[in-house]
Design a protein around this ligand. Structure first.
Ligand code: SF4
Length: 400
């Protein structure tokens, strides 16, 4: 059975869910790698591996969603909760530009005290100061949160955010797109599977390109992992709006859900399977932030053609125990040691050039920056411009 399915894949055929499950359960790891690598080299025969220099900025850690796999969020009113000020974000952009970056990946918690005008004002302010700089911002559950909070339909939220400067949408918050799993992870109410897909469809219809993700290794079955991939493949058939797929394993430390992290072998098998199933996705990222540089390098033989982002700042998976860090030089060395040519790209996977440190002197970022320094509880001045919605913030406002 596995041989027949492998032959079908090598002949360019599309696997169905039952065939994908057979491969995942029964194919030896080297065969899965071979199939995924064959597809990757068909799509990317030039042996280039890309990466992007951008910065992952989490504008707030205050969140009402309370997903039980998340170690990053703080409840409304927590003394550890923060919202970044516009000036802090500008400073992060300045630092990103200094190391050759061209984009922020901007995501955050579902903060009830940030109305849609806060996002619009921020995006407009960024674009006024940095017209060429890109905003890859607000995953589908954040878009839904803004829609619900402001009672504005999702397509209108997207339209308004695009008018303010939104360039593309990251695929976060997908976890596993199966409602049984989402209920168990307490993330069904932030976005059901259909709602996540619908926001992405709306974004694609509005002309935005987006990525897609999968966080595996919690409570899902093998069948549910594959169902997730099938939902993405169906939407990609319909809209063609996804630029890339990224999968990472659940990071259990400090989370309410707890448990264990999936193995590196499971990661490579899952990555390879996603390359086989997602035959309409051009790009697959290696998740070295959760797997480390060496498994990240091995990912290039299991279907990945991109090393993702040079990590200048990371807060979310680090809060849950992942602490891998590579600057551009290390990413480039990993790519070259694996026998590929490294190239810088933008969010649309357009090649921008060779490694920036070979073109000019750039500061190396050896230690990861965080959103906020420990103990910094300052409240940005401009937050006063927006009406407080939560009881905690209203009380604080009265006391100020
Ligand atoms: S994963 Fe996102 S939405 Fe869920 S609790 Fe964490 S910050 Fe909130």
């Amino acid at each position: 059975m596995v041989d027949r399915i492998a032959r079908k894949v090598l002949d360019g055929g599309r696997v169905d869910a039952a065939e994908a499950l057979d491969l995942y359960r029964h194919a030896p790891t080297h065969l899965l790698g071979h199939l995924a690598d064959t597809i990757r080299s068909r799509k990317h025969p030039e042996r280039i591996v890309t990466y992007i220099i951008d910065r992952n900025v989490n504008y707030t850690n205050i969140c009402v969603a309370r997903c039980n796999f998340c170690a990053f969020y703080r409840q409304v009113g927590s003394s550890e909760g923060y919202v970044l000020g516009f000036d802090e974000i500008f400073q992060k952009i300045d630092e990103t530009i200094a190391v050759g970056g061209n984009q922020l990946l901007l995501q955050g918690g579902h903060n009830p005290d940030l109305p849609i005008q806060w996002y619009e004002d921020l995006f407009r302010a960024v674009k006024a100061r940095y017209p060429e700089f890109k905003l890859h911002a607000l995953s589908p559950p954040e878009v839904l949160h803004i829609s619900r909070l402001n009672r504005v339909p999702v397509p209108t939220v997207i339209e308004r955010l695009v008018a303010a400067g939104l360039d593309s949408v990251p695929g976060g918050g997908a976890e596993i797109l199966v409602d049984r799993v989402r209920r168990l992870l307490n993330c069904y109410s932030k976005a059901s599977s259909d709602e996540w897909i619908d926001v992405m469809r709306d974004a694609h219809h509005a002309g935005l390109r987006t990525t897609a993700t999968m966080m595996y290794g919690t409570v899902e079955t093998d069948e549910e992992r594959i169902e997730h991939m099938m939902r993405l493949r169906d939407l990609q058939d319909e809209t063609g709006g996804f630029t890339a797929f990224i999968t990472w394993s659940y990071q259990p430390e400090h989370t309410e859900h707890g448990g264990y992290e999936a193995t590196g072998v499971d990661y490579l098998r899952t990555l390879a399977l996603s390359r086989i199933v997602l035959d309409n996705f051009d790009n697959l990222q290696a998740s070295w932030v959760t797997q480390g540089g060496k498994v990240g390098q091995l990912s290039l033989a299991f279907g990945a053609n991109d090393m993702g982002s040079v990590m200048i700042e990371e807060n979310v998976v680090r809060a849950a125990g992942a602490a891998y860090c590579m600057d551009e030089l290390e990413i480039v060395v990993n790519i070259e040691d694996a026998g590929y040519t490294p190239k810088r790209r933008n969010m649309h996977y357009k090649i921008l050039g060779d490694p920036i440190f070979r073109e000019r002197d750039v500061p190396r970022m050896l230690s990861l920056a965080t959103a906020r320094a420990d103990g910094d509880t300052s409240v940005p001045e401009e937050l006063r411009n927006y009406a407080a919605r939560s009881r905690a913030r209203k009380t604080l406002r009265l006391a100020q």
